[in-house]
Design a protein around this ligand. Structure first.
Ligand SMILES: *[C@@H]1O[C@H](CO)[C@@H](O)[C@H](O)[C@H]1NC(C)=O
Ligand SMILES: [Zn+2]
Length: 603
């Protein structure tokens, strides 16, 4: 995977020579080709979003009529009905979340009463129930909707035929999720009626959601819930096993995990399983038991022998369990909670769907030199697979590389918080690329200990390479890292695109910390005014504001809007300058991939 992404970079550079710099990549924001086998590539289509942000907000029709608002859902519904000229039978509220700054509502288009899988809208409101952000890619306008070529609402093949077709074409097995019927907008504007069939491959590398045409069993599109990894940034001085162990006593943050990390319902475990996470090897019964009573897990990893020797596998399960829980608790403080579709078995009646703690398969046998994370919809567990790295003797274990774990887990965060918990909304090449970038950026955020912002290099220890696994360190220096928004035009691989976004975010972080300082208690205090806290607040707030399958320009707009919502725009100019310094200024236009270094007047 790592070597593959480097090859892909080289290939992309060659391809770009033959055409205008932006043309090869225009489809990045609307398409995702997936080679599912030697003879089949499915190119999924996600219609372009409109995305608008409104600063202090616009009044909803409901409020204009002076009607009592009642709920964020009703406010959002009145807004989209007017904005998209819809009647009440033409959309469905899919999910919603009240947040500290207001709320977000995710809406799906209905045609003939059937949901349209790739036609969604999102509305974000502030505390006054005014609309602050709106994204939508509903199919057609009021005019073209009537003209559209819509398949009849009744399937002509059976569910079983659809499953058989998906299994055969995707080389996997259908799981126990019952197929549903949804429309899918194709690139020609027509609506295909499809069965949505989940298929998982035996190697664990793919967990497809296939849209199988209900008239001819052809595969119209696929989403893949697995985000293949590249490995986390390890600052070699702080991030991995070579720095040794500390003993942490009662590390659970009871705001985020009220019953600690080991209790589910009334049952308290004595192994590496709990409400947020289970870590195991082989099968979920393969957990590590406490080494002494009272949930004492004292296993030391010995780097002089391999990952499977001695108690190393126990140390791997314990470290993965510890770090993933720690990240759960940090995430919770910053807004990834039950109602914003997080991963927990027991949601304590606080919203969202439960029974979906993160499963971490340590030393997973299905691969090497990699890791991945699958994010199905809220209510189904996220699945992290951690592999052994074979570039050294003895081999090294990604489970002891906190940056690898943080990178993978952040796929779960971004895939759930974007688009309302469906796992469907970071699927275009560009949005998937940003997914990789957020994962690197969060891994980096976790490792900062003071206000210095050194260059950040990923995967140093597992890869045994001081340059890590990315093409460049993340840096405020353009000579160390030359990537800018325009670099995307010649890239087509998600990790390479992710590097552009992560480097932009590294620069945003550096500007915020440079101007507003660093708080050492950021893991448990999201309310200080320090730059590192503001960064993570905006990071998470923006996920809830952005549209399904955002472009970089839209994701940037969501950050600016998030700052308006939470901080009344206090950091807007700092943010704009940082984004503009890497080409994502106010003149940047989605799909052109031309740098803009401009900032709004007044900055
Ligand atoms: C790590 O890489 C260095 C430089 O290539 C090599 O000399 C060393 O033996 C490697 N370490 C291990 C443990 O394989
Ligand atoms: Zn990744």
């Amino acid at each position: 995977m790592v070597l593959f992404s480097k090859l892909a970079l080289a290939a992309a550079s060659i391809a770009a020579v033959s055409a205008a710099p932006w043309e090869p990549s225009v489809k990045l924001s609307t398409h995702r080709p997936r080679a599912v086998s030697d003879d089949l590539t499915v190119e999924s289509f996600h219609p372009t979003n409109i995305y608008e942000t409104y600063g202090t907000g616009v009044t909803t029709p409901l409020k204009k009529r002076g009607e009592p608002s009642g709920s964020i859902e009703q406010s959002a519904a009145s807004f989209v009905e007017e904005k998209l000229q819809l009647s009440s039978g033409e959309y469905n509220i899919r999910s919603s979340a009240n947040t500290e700054t207001g709320g977000s509502v995710w809406i799906q288009q209905l045609v003939n009463g059937i949901p349209v899988a790739n036609a969604v809208a999102n509305v974000a409101l502030n505390k006054n129930e005014d609309v602050v952000a709106f994204g939508a890619n509903f199919h057609g306008t009021s005019v073209s909707r009537r003209a559209a070529n819509v398949a009849p609402p009744t399937p002509t093949i059976s569910k079983e035929q659809a499953i058989t077709s998906a299994e055969r074409k995707l080389h996997g097995k259908h799981n126990d999720k019952a197929p549903t019927l949804e429309y899918y907008v194709k690139q020609d504007g027509s609506l295909a009626l499809t069965y949505v069939v989940e298929v998982q491959t035996a190697d664990g590398n793919h967990w497809y959601e296939a849209f199988v045409d209900a008239s001819n069993a052809q595969i119209v599109a696929t989403n893949d819930f697995v985000a293949g990894a590249s490995y986390v940034a390890v600052d070699p001085q702080v991030q991995d096993i070579t720095k040794g162990y500390n003993t942490y006593t009662n590390p659970a943050d009871t705001v985020a995990s009220p019953n600690g990390w080991h209790q589910v319902g009334s049952t308290v475990s004595t192994d590496t399983s709990g409400n947020n996470v289970i870590s195991y090897k082989g099968s979920t019964t393969g957990t590590t038991k406490q080494s002494a009573s009272g949930q004492v897990f004292n296993y030391k990893y010995d780097t002089s022998v391999g990952p499977t020797s001695g108690s190393n596998v126990d140390a791997a399960r314990v470290n993965a369990f510890f770090i993933a829980n720690k990240i759960h608790d940090i995430n919770y403080r910053y807004g990834f909670t039950e109602k914003t579709f997080n991963f927990q078995n027991d949601n304590f009646g606080k919203g969202g769907s439960g029974n979906d703690r993160i499963k971490i398969s340590v030393q997973d046998s299905s691969g090497t030199n990699n890791a991945n994370f699958a994010t199905p919809a809220d209510g189904s567990s996220g699945q992290m697979r951690m592999y052994i790295w074979t570039r050294t003797t003895p081999n090294r274990d990604g489970d002891l590389s906190n940056d690898v774990i943080a990178h993978e887990q952040t796929h779960g965060t971004t895939n759930r918080m974007t688009g309302g918990g469906t796992g469907r909304c970071l699927q275009t090449t560009e949005a998937g690329g940003m997914g990789e970038g957020w994962s690197d950026a969060f891994a980096e955020w976790l490792e900062h200990k003071d206000s210095s912002v050194p260059d950040f290099v990923l995967g140093v220890w597992v890869y045994n390479n001081s340059k890590g696994i990315r093409n460049y360190p993340y840096s405020t220096s353009t000579s160390v890292n030359p990537l800018k928004y325009s670099s995307v035009a010649s890239l087509n691989e998600v990790h390479n695109i992710g590097e552009v976004w992560a480097n932009i975010l590294h620069n945003v972080y550096a500007q915020l910390v440079g101007s507003y300082g660093f708080a050492a208690d950021a893991f448990t205090n999201p309310d200080s005014s320090a730059g590192n806290v503001v960064f993570l607040r905006l990071f998470y707030d923006a996920l809830l504001l952005q549209p399904c399958n955002p472009t970089m320009v839209q994701a940037r707009a969501a950050w600016i809007q998030a700052d308006t919502n939470r901080y009344s725009g206090k950091h807007a100019c700092t943010l704009w300058k940082a984004f503009a310094s890497r080409g994502l200024g106010s003149g940047a236009v989605s799909g052109t991939y031309r740098d803009s270094t401009t900032v709004p007047s007044g900055c």
